[in-house]
Design a protein around this ligand. Structure first.
Ligand SMILES: *Cc1c(COP(=O)(O)O)cnc(C)c1O
Length: 384
C-alpha cells in the first residue's frame, strides 16, 4: 500500500521508445511531457542503455570517501559548458541541489558579516524538502500543518520588488528564469540583467534554479545563456540524467571545506556516466542545428493550435521546448489534460491555468505530428 500523496491518472505504462509510450493494453501514447521534463533523449535510448549496462558491469558504488572518476569528468564538462570557473556538487534531486545552494548562500552570507536571508519570487517553486518548501514562494506549498519552517526566506511579487527590498541581511536571490510550476513564465530579460548587475555591485549571490529550464530545455545548455547573465550558482536536475536520478549544484563561489556537505548516493558512477553521455548527445543535437529546428516547428504547431482555438486559449508562453498554453477558463485545464490522455497524448499542467509541454528534445517529426493531431482531437471532443 502506498502513501496517499499523489493524485495519479489510472493508466499504467509498461514500455517506451523515443517519445512514445505503451500501456498494459498495448495502446500507444505520444509523450509531450517526458516525465516532467526528465527524459530529454526519449525512452529506451540505445546509447543510454549501453552506458547503464556497461557501468553496471564495471562498478556502481564506492561512496564519496574515494575519487569517482566519471564524477570529476562530469564536473569539468559542466564547468566547461558554462564557460569555466564553476565547481560542482552532485546530488539526487532538484530539491537537494537547491539545498546545496542554500548552504553555500548561508555560508557566503556568514563570511560577509552574518547575512542570512535568501530572497525568491512569490510564484516560484524550488522543491519539497522543508527548506526548499520554505524558499518556494507559492503559499499553497507551505501550509501550517507542515510547520515549523526554517526562517530566513523572503518572497516578492516581481524583480522590481526584489531589488527594492535588498538589504544588509540579504545573502542571495534565487530565481527560475522560466517558472516551471508557476505557469511557464519566462522572466523579463532586461529586468533579470538589471537584477544581476545590482546583486554583483552589492556582493549578493545570484542563484538560478535551472532544475526544470536547464540542460537545453529552453534551447541553450542553460537558460542563463539566453539571458546573457553569469549566475554565481546554478542548480540542475530534471533533464540531466534522462531518468536516472542526478542533480547538480554549480558554483563560482568556492567556500566549502571537507565535511561541509555530502550525499551517500550523490555523484555515483552510474548516474554521472549517464549524465556525461546525455550532455554529449544533447550538445550534438544542439550543434547540428536540429534542436533549434524542432523548437521552431513545435512553436509553430502550438501557435496554430492557439489560433484555431482562440475561444478557449489565451496565448502561448515559454521558451524552447518548455512551452505552455494559457487557458481562459482554468476549470478546463484538468479536463484537457485527461481528455488528451484518453486520446493518446501526454501533456501537463502548470499553475492554475497553463497547459504545459516538455517533450523529449529529440522527438521525431512523426511523433510531433501525431501528438498535435491527438491533441486537436481531444480539444474538439471537449468542445462538443
Ligand atoms: C522539479 C523542480 C524542483 C524539485 O526537484 P525534485 O527533483 O523534485 O526535488 C526544484 N526546482 C524547480 C524549478 C523544479 O522544476
Amino acid at each position: 500500500m502506498l502513501m496517499n500523496n499523489y493524485s495519479r491518472a489510472s493508466v499504467s505504462f509498461v514500455r517506451g521508445k523515443g517519445a512514445t509510450l505503451w500501456d498494459k493494453c498495448g495502446k500507444d501514447y505520444i509523450d509531450f511531457a517526458s516525465g516532467i521534463g526528465v527524459c530529454a533523449l526519449g525512452h529506451s535510448h540505445k546509447g543510454v542503455e549501453k552506458v547503464i549496462s556497461k557501468q553496471a558491469k564495471t562498478l556502481l558504488h564506492t561512496s564519496n570517501l574515494y575519487n569517482i572518476t566519471p564524477q570529476s569528468k562530469l564536473a569539468d564538462k559542466i564547468s566547461n559548458m558554462l564557460g569555466g570557473g564553476y565547481e560542482l556538487f552532485f546530488a539526487n534531486s532538484g530539491a537537494e541541489a537547491n539545498e546545496c545552494a542554500i548552504k553555500l548562500a548561508r555560508k557566503f552570507g556568514f563570511i560577509k558579516g552574518r547575512k542570512s536571508e535568501i530572497i525568491s519570487l512569490k510564484n516560484s517553486f524550488h522543491g519539497r524538502t522543508i527548506a526548499t518548501l520554505a524558499m518556494t514562494g507559492q503559499n499553497k506549498f507551505h501550509p501550517d500543518e507542515f510547520g515549523a519552517y526554517p526562517d530566513g526566506f523572503k518572497f516578492y511579487d516581481d524583480i522590481d520588488e526584489i531589488i527594492k527590498n535588498l538589504n544588509q541581511n540579504t545573502a542571495a536571490v534565487i530565481i527560475e528564469l522560466v517558472q516551471g510550476e508557476g505557469g511557464i513564465n519566462p522572466l523579463d530579460k532586461a529586468k533579470v540583467q538589471e537584477l544581476a548587475r545590482i546583486l554583483k555591485q552589492r556582493d549578493i549571490l545570484l542563484i538560478t534554479d535551472e532544475v526544470q529550464c536547464g540542460v537545453y530545455r529552453t534551447g541553450e545548455f542553460v537558460t542563463s545563456k539566453l539571458y546573457d547573465i553569469t549566475p554565481d550558482i546554478i542548480t540542475f536536475a530534471k533533464g540531466l540524467g534522462n531518468g536516472v536520478p542526478i542533480s547538480a549544484c554549480a558554483s563560482r563561489v568556492s567556500i566549502f571545506k571537507p565535511g561541509d556537505h555530502g550525499s551517500t548516493f550523490g555523484g555515483g558512477f552510474l548516474v554521472t556516466s549517464v549524465a556525461e553521455y546525455v550532455l554529449s548527445q544533447l550538445s550534438r543535437l544542439k550543434n547540428s542545428g536540429k534542436l533549434d529546428k524542432k523548437i521552431a516547428k513545435f512553436e509553430k504547431n502550438l501557435d496554430k493550435l492557439v489560433e484555431q482555438n482562440s475561444d478557449i486559449f489565451l496565448k502561448r508562453v515559454g521558451l524552447g521546448l518548455m512551452q505552455g498554453i494559457v487557458v481562459k477558463d482554468s476549470n478546463l485545464l484538468s479536463k484537457i489534460v485527461s481528455k488528451a490522455l484518453e486520446c493518446g497524448v501526454l501533456v501537463l499542467r502548470s499553475g492554475d491555468s497553463t497547459l504545459r509541454f516538455l517533450p523529449p528534445l529529440n522527438l521525431s517529426k512523426k511523433e510531433m505530428k501525431d501528438g498535435f493531431a491527438r491533441l486537436k482531437l481531444a480539444i474538439s471532443e471537449i468542445k462538443k
